[in-house]
Write a protein that binds this ligand. Structure first.
Ligand code: PEP
Ligand code: MN
Length: 271
């Protein structure tokens, strides 16, 4: 892809490893797990403790929620970031959290270890430039209507500001299929590995929106060569204020993690 000066493949073919709070992304498999939204301290800390016990290396949780309706729960904002900080203190897990507004980037960066750019903001170029100047690692989700080339150019926007710490996240695209929430495009895993040196993470939660599909699609992502997974987990999914139909219980997540570990061990033998 001709316009990529920074996000495209390196001449020596080396892949980037991005270190966040002692976790190395781009080597082995990194699992980011946690609730869709930060709702209460108890919900977030209990979920964090549970996902850590199951083997997750990073905690996710939204304090700013990009919702389809302006009347739906929008997130706790600063209060949510303080809860995430508490969860990090209790578990040691680095925090991945979304920022939706250029005006918030610098202060959200004081709480976050990784700034997430959501699918709906993938081509918000002023936000991309701002997180590029933040000095924080960025997890850039693929826009639901975006091509690989558009997505990698958005990584380029961040990198052109001097920030090379970008993680790409496939989270499903809109197609004519209505059975699943989105169509999880796992072909992007080898595609990103061919066209970029940046790590590729897969989000099967938003990618399918269906509880029963999260485990099989996680395993498929690992088999395809993903560097990581981002999975929604909630201590009590039916009470969740957002995405209640796609959040795993801690027990289901622990079962998934066990299978992921066994698959990784099997794959090590394949190479
Ligand atoms: C999220 O991960 O919290 C989220 C809103 O996802 P997406 O931007 O992929 O819809
Ligand atoms: Mn969600």
């Amino acid at each position: 892809m001709k316009n990529l000066k920074l996000a495209g493949p390196r001449p020596d073919g080396a892949r980037s490893v991005i270190e966040v709070g002692g976790v190395r992304i781009g080597e082995g498999l990194v699992v980011i797990a946690g609730p869709c939204s930060v709702e209460t301290e108890e919900q977030t800390v209990r979920t964090a403790v549970a996902v850590k016990a199951a083997g997750a290396q990073m905690l996710r949780g939204g304090a700013f929620k990009p919702r389809t309706s302006p009347y739906a729960f929008q997130g706790l904002g600063l209060k949510g970031l303080k809860i995430l900080e508490k969860a990090r203190r209790e578990t040691g897990l680095p925090i991945v959290t979304e920022v939706v507004d250029t005006r918030d980037v610098s202060w959200v960066g004081e709480y976050a270890d990784v700034l997430q750019i959501g699918a709906r903001n993938m081509q918000n170029f002023s936000l991309l430039r701002e997180v590029g100047r933040s000095g924080k690692p960025v997890l850039l989700k693929r826009g639901m209507h975006s091509t690989l080339e558009e997505w990698l150019n958005c990584a380029e926007y961040i990198m052109a500001e001097g920030n090379g710490e970008v993680l790409l996240c496939e989270r499903g695209i809109r197609t004519f299929e209505e059975y699943t929430r989105n169509t999880l495009d796992l072909s992007m895993v080898p595609a990103v590995r061919a066209e970029s040196h940046l790590p590729i993470i897969v989000d099967p939660s938003h990618g399918t929106g269906m509880l029963g599909m999260i485990e099989p699609m996680s395993l498929a992502a690992v088999a395809a060569g993903a560097d990581g997974l981002e999975i929604e987990v909630h201590v009590d999914p039916k009470s969740a204020l957002s995405d209640k139909d796609q959040q795993l219980t801690p027990d289901a997540f622990a079962r998934l993690m066990d299978k992921v570990r066994r698959l990784k061990a099997f794959m090590a033998d394949l190479r």
